[in-house]
Each structure stands twice: as structure tokens, then as C-alpha cells.
Design a protein around this ligand. Structure first.
Ligand SMILES: NC(=O)c1ccc[n+]([C@@H]2O[C@H](COP(=O)([O-])OP(=O)(O)OC[C@H]3O[C@@H](n4cnc5c(N)ncnc54)[C@H](OP(=O)(O)O)[C@@H]3O)[C@@H](O)[C@H]2O)c1
Length: 301
């Protein structure tokens, strides 16, 4: 099997690249191309087409995206391009070269009022990111009808800068010692990137074997936490003295309150996937960032 992972320099893509270590794989990045990644701008049809033409993959995984709210606000056109145009071009490229496509999407396509959400539940995004992810899904289905779209909830795992995940950013703020107010309204289901990456690898294998999968599938951890609850867990585990206050929602009306995803049969299709409990996995992920200075953050770059 030959695979191309677009967005292999990102949080999920790094882990997906690792999970595909048993096959011939090419990973792409844009601003980060260390470790043998190929630089491809996925908003360029020529760039995407050149790589897929050269590699002739059996399967393509699209981990390209832009999910940082400060970037959507500062340059919405770019953020839309990274989420929607890139998805369309990669889907067109995969269809043209006869590759199967696994496209990554988000629980933010839902409005969070009627959890749990099944793959066939009606999307109703509340903010720009959710709308772009939904448009990307529509573009993928139009350009590459055999594609599988995998929706995931918020991810956590080893990061390159504190702002790369909500969890490590919370840890950095708590480590700084000041009073911290954290959203105690919106429930999230933080899922370890390595668990999500294993699901991607198995889905890719199933696609290449021609097994029947729905056009949209869901994967999610089962433990739900608000940001406040995550902060309390971190403070207790590391004996931090920071005062944490349970706050109102981060952006009233703009973020879904509870988008719990119903994985509906996917575990049976994929076979046993190693489930990682957030309450057990978070300490080594946050520990390096408890004393990190803001300068270690790439957020807003
Ligand atoms: N992280 C989460 O909590 C989460 C939750 C649910 C769904 N998802 C979805 O999962 C996917 C991966 O997310 P992630 O968290 O891994 O994102 P990420 O860490 O922000 O990484 C984004 C990736 O996209 C690449 N990229 C950005 N613009 C590009 C362009 N114009 N051309 C080519 N590559 C470009 C980046 O390359 P460089 O960094 O090298 O520039 C990077 O590899 C996205 O679709 C996201 O919506 C993520």
C-alpha cells in the first residue's frame, strides 16, 4: 500500500504519519517540513496534482486544516482556503489518480443541542470553523464520491507549542500561577491523537481492501470534561496553587455546548482499537508546559 498524508506536520498528521510507518508513505507540510516532509501548498491544484501524479498512492489522508480562532479572525480568507479549498483540491486529486480518500472533519459541524450525534445527524454549525468544515465535507463528497469523512472531537497529545491544543494551553496558564477562569459550560471529549491516528490507519486499510464503510464515520473518546474540569484535574495532579474559577462559556452562542459523537458500529468494523482514558493519559502531555513561558507558544504566528 502507498499512502500520502497531507498536513503531516500538524498535531494529528504527525501521529498519523507515525501510524502509517508500516507502509510506503509520503507526508506533506507547508511551513514545517523537517524530517523528510514534502512542501506542498494544498490550496494549489498544481502542487497537489504534481505530488499525487508522482506518488500514485492507493490512499490519501487529508489532515490539512486551520482551527485556531485567532487565525480565522485575522485572515478568514486564508483559513477558509485551508479548510475548504484544500479539501476540494485534494479530493479532486485523489479521484483523478484513483486513490481512496480519508478526509478529516470535526464535531463542530453540529450545534451541540441534541447530543449524541450519529454520522447521519443533521449538521448545523454555529461558527465559521464549523461552517468551513461542513463546506469541506460537501466539496469532498462532490469531488470524490467514494471518500470517507472521519469526524473527531477535540484532540490532545504531544505538542510542539503550548497553544497547539486547548489542554496544553490550559496547563501553561495554570503553570503561570495567576487566577484562571475556565469555561464550565461546554463539554468536550478529548481524544488522544494516537488513538485517532490508529483509527485513521485502520480506516485507510479498510478503504484499500474495498470494505464497506459509510460516507461519514465518527470516532470519540467517551469521557466528557469542560475546560474547568480539565484544569481542576491538572491542578490536583501536579499540586498547583493557581486559583481556578468555573466560568461562563468562552464565546456565548458561538461554540456548541455538547457535540458528543456516536461512533455507531465503527469499533466493530475496525476491530479492537486501544482506548486511551484522558484521566490517565493527560499528565505526561501537560507536564512539559506547566512551566513554559508564553514565548514557547506559536499561537497567533
Ligand atoms: N486538533 C483538533 O482538536 C481537531 C479536532 C477535530 C478535527 N480536527 C481536524 O483534523 C485535521 C487536522 O487537524 P490538526 O489539529 O492536526 O491541525 P494542525 O495541527 O493545525 O495542522 C494543520 C496542518 O495543515 C497544514 N496546512 C495548513 N495550511 C496548509 C496549506 N495551505 N497547504 C498545505 N498544508 C497546509 C499545516 O502545515 P504546516 O504546519 O507545515 O504549515 C499542518 O500540517 C483538520 O481537518 C482539523 O479540522 C482537529
Amino acid at each position: 500500500m502507498r499512502a500520502v498524508i497531507f498536513g503531516a506536520s500538524g498535531l494529528l498528521g504527525r501521529s498519523v504519519l507515525h501510524a502509517f510507518g508500516d507502509v510506503a508513505v509520503t507526508g506533506t507540510g507547508l511551513s514545517r517540513t523537517a524530517g523528510g516532509l514534502v512542501r506542498v501548498d494544498a490550496t494549489s491544484a498544481a502542487g497537489v496534482g504534481r505530488l499525487l501524479g508522482r506518488d500514485g498512492p492507493d490512499v490519501v489522508v487529508n489532515c490539512v486544516g486551520e482551527r485556531r480562532p485567532d487565525v480565522w479572525a485575522a485572515s478568514p480568507g486564508d483559513a477558509r482556503g485551508r479548510n475548504v479549498e484544500a479539501a476540494r483540491l485534494i479530493a479532486e486529486g485523489a479521484a483523478r489518480c484513483g486513490a481512496r480518500l480519508l478526509h478529516l472533519s470535526s464535531d463542530y459541524v453540529f450545534d451541540g443541542t441534541a447530543a449524541p450525534y450519529r454520522p447521519g445527524s443533521l449538521p448545523n454549525p454555529l461558527n465559521a470553523y464549523g461552517r468551513w468544515k461542513l463546506r469541506a465535507e460537501q466539496a469532498v463528497r462532490a469531488a470524490c464520491p467514494g471518500a470517507v469523512i472521519l469526524r473527531l472531537p477535540v484532540l490532545y497529545g504531544p505538542v510542539q507549542f503550548a497553544g497547539e491544543t486547548n489542554l496544553t494551553e490550559i496547563a501553561r496558564r495554570l503553570g503561570a500561577g495567576g487566577p484562571v477562569e475556565l469555561d464550565d459550560v461546554c463539554v468536550r471529549y478529548p481524544t488522544h491523537v494516537d488513538e485517532a491516528a490508529e483509527v485513521c490507519r485502520r480506516l485507510a486499510g479498510a478503504l484499500v481492501e474495498g470494505r464497506r464503510l459509510g460516507p461519514v464515520v465518527h470516532w470519540s473518546a467517551e469521557q466528557g470534561f469542560t475546560k474547568y474540569r480539565m484544569g481542576v484535574l491538572i491542578a490536583r495532579r501536579f499540586g498547583l496553587s493557581a486559583r481556578i474559577r468555573a466560568g461562563a462559556t468562552d464565546a456565548a452562542g458561538e461554540r456548541p455546548v455538547d457535540c458528543r459523537l456516536d461512533c455507531q458500529g465503527l469499533p466493530e468494523v475496525l476491530g479492537p482499537v486501544r482506548r486511551r482514558l484522558f484521566s490517565e493519559e493527560f499528565p505526561p502531555v501537560v507536564e512539559p508546559w506547566l512551566l513554559a513561558r508564553p514565548a514557547a507558544s506559536r499561537e497567533g504566528a
